[in-house]
Design a protein around this ligand. Sequence first.
Ligand code: UD2
Length: 299
Amino acid sequence: GCCTSCARMTSLAFSTVHPFWVIVRNDVMVMTPWLSPIIWNGTYSIDILNEQFHKRGGRVGVTVFAIKKYTVFLKMFIETAEQFFMVGHPVNYYIFTDRVNDFNGSSVVLPEGRKIIVLEVPSYERWQDVSMRRMETIRDYSQKLFVNEVDYLVCVDVDMKFSDDVGVEILSDLFGTLHPGLYGKARESFTYERNPQSEAYIPTDKGDFYYAGGYFGGKVEEVYKLTNFCHNAMLTDKKKNIEAVWHDESYLNKYLLHYKPTKVLSPEYLWDNSFGVPGFLRRRRFVAVPKNHNEIRNK
Ligand code: UD2
């Protein structure tokens, strides 16, 4: 077996002994068949990546929506992000809400270079529409605001908290995140939209991964293209009275099938503790806050 040499590689990885040795994860897939890295703990050196990022002076924007009762999640989201998200880098938090008075941003003191921008948006009656319309909003603001202020966008759900580091290792032209519930499952069981009439349709013999609706991003221009596709596809379906099975997530999966992400984030970046803690999961960086769906989604 190779055990002796593997152990040696792991312990010496990234040491000054041999700067070109890389850490190997032999329990998980670390690269897609189109040669994009899948980001797991132990596959990168954050020091090297931070140094590179500092030299280029990149700026990061986070989009997060808190419509209706979901404003209750904002405090925890921002507070934990300040502890773990892109620490030491400039960050703009773009908070989209219909209840601008619910969130008193001044209660969180942010270090220089990091700021909160609250943007008022309309609400929708159905939670499905609230979720789906995020695509339209992100598209519109990419053009009129984000492109002037940031280089990368990270678009995430709000009913979440950070519990470990999320840094520049996630940044790339276009990235998606493996859905924790479907990680490692057979392609046929992915919950893609299976109605051929829908713009989100993916046949059972197609599909690389099942990506989560709650975590994607990339360069502003790439996020513009993604959200523009998803929003237009939703409108086309709406005219035919079709709504994809998992709403925005279904359209996102369709887009990422055709426009392959340049990085794929492992479920470390989006976990739900109701799935337990499997052995391959060495870090839980961003975790769902348990919620009562009926209670929180309705006014
Ligand atoms: C999953 C996806 C979500 C979306 C949805 C579509 C993950 C972790 N989540 O989440 O991104 O694709 O499925 O069905 O992959 N929101 C409000 N107010 C509301 C309702 C929703 O602000 O009244 C926002 C909020 O930012 C929330 C997001 O929309 O985080 C998604 O809604 P959800 O969290 O209720 O959907 P869920 O958990 O089914």
